[in-house]
Design a protein around this ligand. Structure first.
Ligand code: NAI
Length: 334
């Protein structure tokens, strides 16, 4: 039995996480959930965006599944997601983006995995505002260790999953020191993985190449800000934020989460698409070495997604969250 911290979060988080709970129960996944609050919901109940109970739960269970969370904007709060990633040193944000049969997009064979450094760069939290001069500084701090471990994580993933190519994405022509650290990490890693093709691309060129010819790319690794932007671009290539999974992984802890937000425009209406959080939960099962169950649930999900009418409204279908969930459960045995 795996004990997992479950964080439904805010907005549609409650609805989509409920869907995962029902599907996992029907598939008889050996999991005991330890449910915890985060974000706005937590703040209203406990006065904290990241309550101690949640932090202690992750410390104990080591693995969590998380829905989207809201951080009040402009009130001096640091993003709960950034806090969580830094607190548990979840340095690798892993975003697989693969075409799904039935989800129509401009391309047919996109199969990308983006590794985004998750704890440093412009998101280090080092920022100042000079009231007198009215100047805002957001410092991008990048360490050699940070570059080495994210690049190595990408290479190791590529090697273990029989991938062919790793692309290192940077802006070393302008951001000379931080770009160099990332490229040097790539040079060092290359020696240990002679079977992998290694390329590097400058971020702006990469953005253009990705929208023109995404099928060319395979595993990619980059810094925090570039990864944040490119990961949504990659999601757009395979059907949007409603269908892609995400994992935040460190050496000791892992937090799996959908990459979309709390969708306040549709929260409470029962129409949210639970695919992204379900696919993140499937990634979590693989991490827990429950590969057979992961495959079974994934197969049921893909079967439902392959008939457009059975999808939720964001994918042009007619199902609400509950109908979509029931349909997946019905297909678990097939
Ligand atoms: P969003 O992802 O919540 O919504 C963007 C659009 O996509 C909306 O039209 C929404 O209805 C739609 N959408 C998103 N997920 C969907 C789903 N599962 N099914 C159907 N439609 C879906 O982005 P937005 O509006 O920029 O952010 C809203 C809030 O979410 C903000 O407070 C933001 O800080 C937070 N957020 C939290 C994240 C996290 O916890 N990982 C990530 C991104 C945003």
């Amino acid at each position: 039995m795996h004990k997992i911290t479950l964080i439904p979060g805010d907005g549609i988080g409650l609805e989509i996480v409920e869907s995962v709970k029902q599907i996992f129960a029907a598939a008889k996944v050996p999991i005991e959930w330890d449910e915890q609050l985060i974000g706005k919901t937590a703040f209203e109940k406990t006065g904290k965006l990241l309550p101690d109970e949640l932090v202690n739960s992750i410390k104990t269970n080591k693995v969590a599944l998380k829905g989207p969370a809201e951080t009040p904007i402009g009130k001096g709060f640091q993003s709960v997601n950034v806090q969580l990633r830094q607190l548990f040193d979840l340095y690798a944000n892993v975003r697989p983006c693969k075409n799904i049969k039935g989800v129509q997009t401009k391309f047919d064979n996109v199969d990308l995995v983006l590794f985004r450094e998750n704890t440093e760069g412009l998101y280090s939290g080092i920022s100042y505002y000079d009231e007198r001069l009215e100047i805002a500084d957001s410092i991008s701090r990048v360490t050699k260790r940070g570059c080495e471990r994210i690049v190595r994580a990408a290479f190791e993933y590529a090697h273990k999953n029989n991938r062919k190519k790793v692309t290192i994405i940077h802006k070393a022509n302008i951001l000379k020191h931080s770009g160099r650290l990332l490229l040097e990490a790539g040079e060092n890693c290359k020696k240990d993985f002679p079977n992998l093709i290694v390329e590097d691309k400058i971020i702006d060129n990469m953005a253009m190449q990705l929208v023109r010819n995404p099928e060319y790319f395979d595993v990619m690794v980059t810094s925090n800000l570039f990864g944040d932007i490119l990961s949504d671009l990659c999601a757009g290539l395979v059907g949007g934020l409603g269908v892609v999974s995400g994992a935040n992984v460190g050496d000791e802890y892992a937090v799996f989460e959908a990459v979309h937000g709390t969708a306040p425009d549709i929260a409470g209406k029962g129409i949210a698409n639970p695919t992204a959080v379900l696919r993140s939960a499937i990634l979590m099962l693989e991490y827990l070495k429950e590969n057979e169950l992961a495959h079974k649930i994934d197969a049921a999900l893909i079967k439902v997604l392959s008939v457009k009418e059975n999808c939720t409204g964001d994918l042009g279908g007619k199902s609400n969250t509950a109908q979509f969930t029931e349909n997946i459960i019905k297909n678990l045995g097939s």
